[in-house]
Ligand binder design. Structure first.
Ligand SMILES: *Cc1c(COP(=O)(O)O)cnc(C)c1O
Length: 488
């Protein structure tokens, strides 16, 4: 048996990783579009056609099969025509670190399973907290923004319950979370998981462009308190997923301070501004948050997963602590991250960020994020100037919302084109765009997170959008040819 990575298989490891990375490198060299365009039925046939109960075929053969099945039909986030969701091309040093994580298989739950790994993670938490402006600050790495938001709201719930004399079940049903309609759906999902009432999330009005209106927040908190319910947390979003706008954190913090309400800042998307030389000011006030979500796997160009929850006051994390005799008994004075995490066994994702910071430096990461924000501004200008497009709102980050309206198409039909355009492009595999709904109307969305993408690359995507729209509207007949020409 030479199938486990041990002392006796180090040579096999060396060659298997070399073979595998050579295949991946070949794919990066030869992939010409973000997706193969294979139909779902075709992909299902490929997946169902593999026998999982037979004898093993050996590592080399299995890796070849993975190449032919998975890599052939993967969705490639590094491709300039991939503009759909908040996915980034990944930093090379992080990919190198990822191979190390997998091989060593460190779990950063207790110190005795990770030793220097825990110290590296804690140093990075301190680093990120100081970038936020927390003077003490603490936190822990998580699997993503969804988990960071859940964790933060758990801490807010416990702090609010601790401060009321009502019995827990009665208090629980009265807790209220304040957020705008543009906040991430994980806020509502967290409220459900935390056992709050169905109507626990109160929607705060925005300024018409997706940013929370601080005066409306103050009114909402007053109304809720007057009705005998308990304000538990305000979730401000620093970079909304669709519009890419940033709530006025300073003004919101004033309201939270006045009413003694926990302020959570969801900076899953906007966190890259922490290292931006030109736009750090957009995060003004974040240091006044009681908790904060960062997704390094969005604007820090890290491979999934890599996220963190940060808190301003380290003692706030204690609300999530449990002790098990075999793992982290109370009398143990080692730094056990399991004490402050919702997970037990946990990936050492911090290593990827560590190696990236050492390799590139934070300024470089910030400059890459600034580059995609600049590109989104320019693309927004072009779309606004084009009579066949309608720009929807203005981003502060790197999303672009718009509708396509070929000549002779009315507004209602342009709404119905949105889903069709996304689908047609996805099925062609040549360009991937997203769709969403803004103020009740569907629109197309580009999310730009690739600093190597040029304006010309995006012009080609927009040309494909137009071709798909004119074909769907019955104006141009041959879609395949139109797309081939547009992407050439
Ligand atoms: C992406 C996102 C999340 C969720 O993060 P995951 O890492 O996908 O779990 C939360 N909030 C905002 C604003 C986001 O953009």
């Amino acid at each position: 048996m030479l199938d486990l990575l041990t002392r006796s298989t180090s040579d096999t490891y060396r060659s298997l990783i070399a073979q595998t990375s050579a295949r991946v490198a070949d794919r990066f060299e030869t992939t010409t579009q973000p997706f193969s365009g294979a139909s779902r039925a075709e992909l299902q046939r490929l997946v169902d056609g593999v026998h999982l109960d037979g004898d093993g075929v050996g590592s080399s053969q299995a890796v070849r099969e993975m190449d032919e099945m998975f890599l052939e039909h993967a969705v490639w986030f590094h491709h300039p025509a991939y503009t759909a969701h908040l996915n980034c091309p990944v930093a090379l040093p992080a990919v190198a670190a990822e191979t190390v994580l997998a091989a060593v298989n460190t779990s950063v739950d207790t110190y005795d399973q990770s030793a220097i790994g825990t110290l590296i993670e804690r140093r990075l938490i301190d680093w990120a907290a100081s970038r936020v402006g927390f003077t003490r600050g603490s936190g822990v790495f998580t699997s993503g923004g969804t988990q960071s938001n859940l964790h933060a709201l758990l801490l807010a719930r416990e702090a609010t319950l601790a401060a009321t004399s009502l019995p827990r079940p009665r208090a629980l049903s009265r807790l209220v979370v304040f957020a705008t309609a543009s906040s991430h759906f994980s806020v509502g999902k967290s409220a459900l998981l935390l056992g709050l009432a169905d109507d626990a999330v109160v929607e705060v009005a925005d300024d018409g462009e997706g940013r929370m209106d601080a005066a409306a927040l103050a009114n909402a908190i007053r109304e809720v308190a007057a009705s005998g319910r308990l304000p538990m947390a305000v979730v401000a979003t620093a970079g909304t997923t669709d519009r890419g706008v940033i709530d006025p954190v300073d003004a919101i913090a004033d309201v939270c301070d006045e009413h003694g309400v926990w302020l959570h800042v969801d900076a899953a998307y906007g966190c890259g501004l922490l290292v931006s030389a030109r736009r750090r000011h957009l995060l003004a006030g974040v240091e006044r948050a009681r908790s904060l979500t960062i997704d390094f796997h969005k604007s820090f160009f890290q491979p999934v997963s890599s996220s963190a929850i940060l808190v301003r006051e380290p003692h706030d994390l204690a609300a999530g602590a449990w002790h098990a005799d075999y793992l982290n008994p109370l009398e143990n004075d080692e730094p056990n991250q399991v004490d402050v995490s919702l997970q037990t066994t946990r990936r050492f994702d911090a290593l990827k960020l560590w190696v990236t910071l050492r390799a590139l430096g934070p300024d470089h990461i910030g400059a890459m994020f600034d580059t995609v924000i600049d590109l989104a501004e320019t693309v927004g200008d072009e779309i606004r100037a084009d009579p066949e497009f309608e720009l929807v709102g203005r981003t502060q980050l790197s999303t672009v919302l718009f509708r396509v309206r070929p000549e002779g198409v009315d507004e209602a039909s342009s709404d119905t084109l949105v889903a069709g355009v996304r689908r047609v492009l996805f099925e062609s595999g040549r360009a991937l765009v997203a769709k969403t709904v803004i103020d009740g109307r569907p629109c197309l969305k580009l999310t730009l997170l690739n600093p190597e993408t040029t304006l010309d690359d995006i012009r080609r995507v927009l040309a494909m959008v137009k071709d798909a729209a004119t074909t769907l509207a019955g104006i141009a007949p041959d879609l395949d040819q139109a797309l081939a020409e547009a992407s050439a």
